[in-house]
Design a protein around this ligand. Structure first.
Ligand code: C5P
Length: 220
């Protein structure tokens, strides 16, 4: 057993993008690197937590000392999170695709003289909202979501906290020019039941350490 304030606590962390197949060789993705989720998992491990790290295809190496579960799609990520429960806490740092391709090909889609392919979309499950609304027996005591916004960050994050039913939201401004998306620094606002706290801009690793510390205090 690792020692530290989170010793004996199981925490699930989701991270990275998801890939949603169009056919066996093509997919839809997003620009998430997995950097912030990886840093959070590493900071939780450093405080002694037993971490299940459920990650989409990230561009940074995974943290060490975790139970690593690699997935590709949102549906697979949801299944992996549900299978990893119960947990004392869960942090949803993944950039989950909102939609998957409903008419994905089982064979490679070919160019034809007949015209262009048409993609149809279906909504993906919201993993954060699903876990937040579980019965008390299965719901982690501290559910943490993220909100990446380009305007009215605090207000939209407060609304998101209520809508998703999670305990905390880590909100950040990813508008053009902040250099946050894909960068090494982050400037976040932590939204809890008590209100909003603006944290100064700092390295993603420092945001992760501060968040892990706060989680340790909250989980007692
Ligand atoms: O609604 P939005 O995607 O902005 O919410 C972001 C938060 O919800 C993040 O914590 C993200 O990991 C989580 N999320 C999820 N499943 C989805 C979509 C978002 O867990 N399908």
């Amino acid at each position: 057993f690792a020692s530290g304030p989170l010793s004996g606590k199981h925490i699930i962390v989701t991270s990275g993008p998801t890939h949603e197949p169009i056919d066996p060789v093509r997919y839809i993705a997003n620009r998430s690197s997995g950097a912030q989720g990886t840093a959070i998992a590493q900071a939780l491990v450093a405080l002694g937590a037993q971490v299940t790290f459920v990650t989409g295809p990230a561009s940074v190496p995974p943290p060490t000392g975790v139970t690593l579960v690699k997935v590709e799609t949102a549906q697979q990520m949801k299944d992996a999170v549900m299978a990893a429960l119960p947990a004392q806490s869960a942090v949803f740092a993944a950039a989950v695709a909102d939609w998957r391709v409903a008419n994905a090909g089982t064979q490679k889609i070919k160019k034809t003289a007949g015209g262009l392919p048409a993609l149809e979309f279906a909504e993906n499950p919201d993993i954060l909202a699903t876990v937040s609304s579980l019965d008390a027996a299965m719901r982690p005591a501290l559910v943490v979501g993220f909100a990446a916004e380009t305007q009215d960050v605090t207000e939209l994050a407060r609304e998101k906290r209520a809508r998703k039913g999670c305990d905390w939201i880590v909100a950040n401004d990813v508008s053009d020019g902040t250099g946050i998306m894909g960068g090494t620094e982050n400037a976040v606002t932590l939204i809890t039941a008590k209100g909003a706290e603006d944290w100064p801009r700092m390295a993603k690793a420092a945001v992760a350490q501060r968040l892990a510390q706060r989680m340790a205090e909250a989980l007692g």
